[in-house]
Write a protein that binds this ligand. Structure first.
Ligand code: AMP
Length: 546
């Protein structure tokens, strides 16, 4: 017997219409590329999202066509989230920090039809537009007056002019909730970037999960500053959860330094902020230098990389702000776990509570997880034994876009699991702690560096016999790449020569910070480099730049 409830698809358009109706005057505040502060309401955002939908219809874009963005966090980007996905197309957020060749590769792979970009990125667009073979329409996110006449880019329009002639009346289509809504590429695995393709259903379920009190706890009483970019897994789903709850949104635009973030928090009475540890380091330094206090901030969500325990303590002890340490992945939309105490922990001493709060936290409902040994056997949740972390749930990928990289899932008798590439312990209360990473990548300031790319370049040097790249801790960037090199017999090369060898081959921030020469790199039985052993060998090593 089936239940007798209405079978209404979970669609992203319903979020913005809900916000416009029930929270019409809740504010969305943006620091703009133009330098000023823009403010309007959910009602205004919904009207302009409908104009975007009409404009896309006028271009003749088909259902599921991709519309790319190269943009900071701001109200126009927010409108695109809803106008593009709501009208049945797919919003493809591209990370502008990638090298131009990578952006071209991703735009061509995604077969983007339209690319909308902030004026900050005009130089990138000028350099790449002729290589993006599927993009027929370029939209600069600005007024017509701000657009230089001589860009040379065919089909370029200013966003404001593009939507100005459109009606804000639009009937959002209804379709299968499993349809694709958003696309985000990750470089956090080996090989080419891979696309995580979110559906309307997965996005709405994730928005519910993210808003829960023991997740990000988002409500209509919040003023939320997502410092985490909208091109990093949809700013951790905050734009959707905020629309679902009517929370005020505060977008920082390109201004991510400590002073700008602090000023925005104070000016907009921000209650919750979210971002990677590097951002908060800048903020805390600024506050310490100028002896500042927060007047409204209650909590900050920190994830994307391990949050240093000292940062959690400083926020709590000096500023009375609760850090919610969170873990997730692009492939998980991204929320997996968030660290909140349980009722039984409330009477513990501050030190005992801190020992829990430094962990990555407990699973949000919707995410199942298990840890396994190398033979795939499930390990107990004893907080001591660590194993490969596998996850499953309705907002976790079943495959990458276009089947790239084959089937990523592990098909166990108890279901289809996604191997995260993280190594973790889970304690009896379900608190996850990441202890290592089995995937071969480095995460610097929230951005991935492929160790394989770094190694391949070193291996192309005539004096290098073998090269391995590992992550080493860094106080500002969390991790930085260290290159470990075995020289060819009789060959000579210096650290400086090797580092200079990277110039022009990768983005500057992807060049290793140091080179260490060794006699041998540990190899496993199959001849593969044993990165975990290598990391162990260099565990006390500190970078000269750190
Ligand atoms: P991304 O797909 O770029 O969001 O990166 C996901 C990866 O970042 C995870 O698989 C982890 O390796 C790492 N990561 C994310 N959050 C944390 C955290 N709180 N602690 C440690 N590592 C993290």
């Amino acid at each position: 017997m089936l239940g007798l409830m209405q079978d209404q698809p979970l669609l992203i358009s319903s979020l913005i219409e809900f916000a416009a109706r029930h929270h019409h005057d809740a504010e969305i505040v943006s620091r703009r590329v133009e330098g000023d502060v823009h403010r309007y309401t959910y009602r205004d955002a919904a009207a302009r999202a409908r104009r975007v939908a009409n404009a896309l219809d006028r271009l003749g874009l088909a259902f599921s066509d991709r519309v790319a963005t190269l943009a900071w966090n701001g109200y126009r980007h927010f409108e695109l989230y809803f106008g593009v996905a709501g009208s049945g197309r797919v919003v493809h957020t591209i990370n502008p920090r990638l090298a131009p060749e990578q952006i071209v590769w991703i735009a061509n792979h995604a077969e983007d039809r339209v690319l909308c970009f902030d004026m900050t990125f005009l130089p990138i667009v000028k350099a790449i537009w002729t290589h993006c073979t599927t993009v027929k329409h370029w939209v600069a996110l600005c007024d017509a007056a701000a657009l230089p006449a001589d860009t040379g880019i065919d089909g370029l329009v200013a966003y404001e002019a593009w939507i100005a002639g459109e009606s804000d009346d639009y009937r959002w289509p209804s379709f299968d909730e499993k349809s694709a809504a958003a696309l985000c590429y990750t470089s956090g695995t080996t090989g080419n970037p891979k696309g995580a393709l979110y559906s309307h259903r997965s996005t709405i379920l994730h928005a519910y999960g993210g808003a829960l009190p023991d997740a990000l706890g988002i409500s209509a009483r919040d003023s939320i500053l997502p410092v985490v970019p909208m091109f990093h897994v949809n700013a951790w789903g905050i734009p959707y959860s905020a629309a679902m709850t009517g929370a005020k949104l505060v977008f920082p635009g390109p201004h991510l330094d400590g002073k700008s973030v602090y000023d925005l928090i104070e000016a907009e009475r921000v209650t919750m902020a979210a971002g990677v540890p590097t951002v908060w380091l800048g903020l805390l330094n600024h506050m310490q230098q100028h002896e500042l206090r927060f007047s409204s901030l209650q909590r900050t969500v920190i994830g994307g990389s391990a949050c240093p325990p000292a940062m959690i303590r400083t926020f709590k002890d000096r500023y009375g702000v609760t850090v919610l340490h969170a873990w997730g992945m692009t492939e998980m939309s991204p929320l997996g776990t968030v660290c909140h105490l349980k009722n039984k922990h409330l009477d513990l001493s501050p030190e005992a509570q801190m020992a829990i709060l430094v962990k990555q936290g407990r699973a949000v409902y919707g995410v199942e997880m298990k840890i396994v040994d190398p033979a795939g056997r499930e390990l107990p949740w004893d907080g001591r034994q660590s194993g490969d972390l596998l996850v499953k749930g309705p907002w976790i990928i079943s495959g990458y876009f276009k089947g790239e990289g084959g089937d990523p899932l592990r098909h166990d008798p108890d279901g289809d699991w996604f191997p995260t590439g993280d190594v973790a312990t889970i304690d009896p209360d379900g608190f996850l702690q990441i202890t290592d990473r089995s995937k071969d990548v480095i995460k610097s300031g929230g951005e991935w560096i492929s160790s394989i790319d770094v190694e391949n370049i070193a291996m192309a040097h005539p004096a290098v016999a073998m090269a391995a790249c590992i992550a080493v801790p860094h106080p500002k960037w969390d991790e930085r790449p260290l290159l470990v090199v075995v020289k060819k017999p009789g060959a000579e090369v210096t650290r400086e020569e090797l580092l200079a060898f990277y110039e022009g081959k990768v983005a500057k921030w992807q060049i290793p910070d140091d080179v260490q020469f060794v006699d041998a790199i540990p190899l496993g039985a199959t001849g593969k480099m044993q990165k975990m052993k290598l990391r162990e060998m260099f565990k006390d090593y500190r970078l000269p730049t750190a």
